[in-house]
Design a binder for this molecule. Structure first.
Ligand code: NAD
Ligand code: MG
Length: 308
């Protein structure tokens, strides 16, 4: 495989034709660490959210989307893509992530769309319900739910996973989407969509991410069952399962810091980690009416790793 170095430039247009293995640089991040949830703006290198490359073509014109984890990483790239496709966006994130959120809000507003900022803790069911209400009030309706927020903390042994960590990982990754979808359902008319976020870990659990990988299996299963329940109401539920993607999750205890210099490059057949900008189009597809016959599916965006 060809060697790519960090001086290579990312594309300036998402439709640029070229070799996917060299489309983005094969990064070798230095060992770096921040307390959770971290700020993506302090990372080296900074993840690519598609700021300079995502070109919208009206695929989500007039849609009203609630996106969790919308301040950074995959959720932020989804928020920017959605706005450029013509959607208004309600952004959920933690209060300490305000600086990252401001960057995304600027991008949404520059696209001429409405951004409704709702900072708060998704581990609190009351906040999840209030988030949905603020989305409905702020955007004048709601027809797309995108659950991207997630917690991932690596631990070598099951003996190192505290009950508190196990509980918080499940609250963030599994309970919050449950609370949000329950509160949102009465507002969703036929044509509305729900997209949840699993992971390659749902099928290939890393031994040092037991609790996290278990939640991702649960999200896949929950989504497929719910899809069958809601399809007759004209509401489609689908899942995106990313593979190794460069984001602040990785440098806030998500993976063993010593492994950061090789992040993604040994695991993926592409020989490199993905960028959030490469994951976002999957969410656009599953939210747009062009995927009208797709329900209960998981779209794997992982650089070519084989999944069941
Ligand atoms: P990220 O850190 O940029 O995004 C995660 C977001 O979750 C944070 O920005 C934060 O706003 C939100 N969050 C966490 N706890 C919260 C809480 N208690 N209340 C409110 N918000 C909370 O990292 P990312 O990699 O973009 O992660 C996005 C999603 O993608 C996650 O669900 C993650 O599991 C999934 N994923 C990531 C990868 C990867 O390699 N990065 C791979 C597979 C799946
Ligand atoms: Mg963040």
């Amino acid at each position: 495989m060809a060697h790519h170095d960090e001086s290579e430039k990312a594309p300036t247009d998402q439709y640029e034709f070229g070799d996917p293995t060299t489309r983005y640089p094969n990064i070798h991040p230095e060992v770096q660490q921040q307390p959770e949830p971290g700020l993506q703006s302090l990372m080296t290198p900074t993840p690519d959210l598609g700021e300079t490359s995502y070109r919208g073509t009206g695929r989500l014109a007039g849609r009203k989307a609630l996106i969790t984890g919308a301040d950074s990483g995959i959720g932020a790239a989804v928020a920017i893509a959605f706005a450029r496709e013509g959607a208004d966006v309600t952004l959920s994130y933690l209060p300490e992530e305000e600086p990252d959120a401001r960057h995304v809000i600027e991008q949404i507003e520059a696209a001429g769309r409405r951004a409704v900022a709702v900072p708060g803790d998704l581990m609190d069911p009351e906040h999840c319900r209030s988030l949905v209400q603020q989305a409905v009030d702020g955007m004048g309706g709601l027809d797309a739910i995108v659950n991207v927020a997630g917690k991932q903390v690596w631990q070598k042994s099951i003996l190192d996973i505290t009950d508190e960590q196990f509980d918080q990982t499940f609250k963030t990754n599994v309970y919050a989407p449950f609370w949000i979808i329950k509160a949102a359902l009465p507002h969703l008319k036929p044509g509305s969509t729900i997209v949840n976020t699993a992971s390659l870990e749902a099928y290939v659990p890393a031994p040092d991410r037991l609790d996290y990988a278990t939640t991702k299996g649960a999200i896949n299963n929950f989504s497929k069952g719910l899809a069958q329940q809601l399809v007759s109401q004209g509401i489609r539920v689908n899942v995106v399962a990313p593979g190794p993607t460069w984001s602040v999750l990785q440098v806030t205890g998500g993976v063993d810091p010593e492994t950061l210099p090789e992040f993604g490059s040994s695991e993926s057949p592409m020989g490199r980690a993905g960028q959030p900008a490469e994951i976002a189009p999957a969410y656009v597809f599953l939210t747009s009416a062009e995927s009208s016959f797709v329900a209960g599916d998981t779209l794997n965006v992982n650089g070519g790793m084989v999944t069941p």
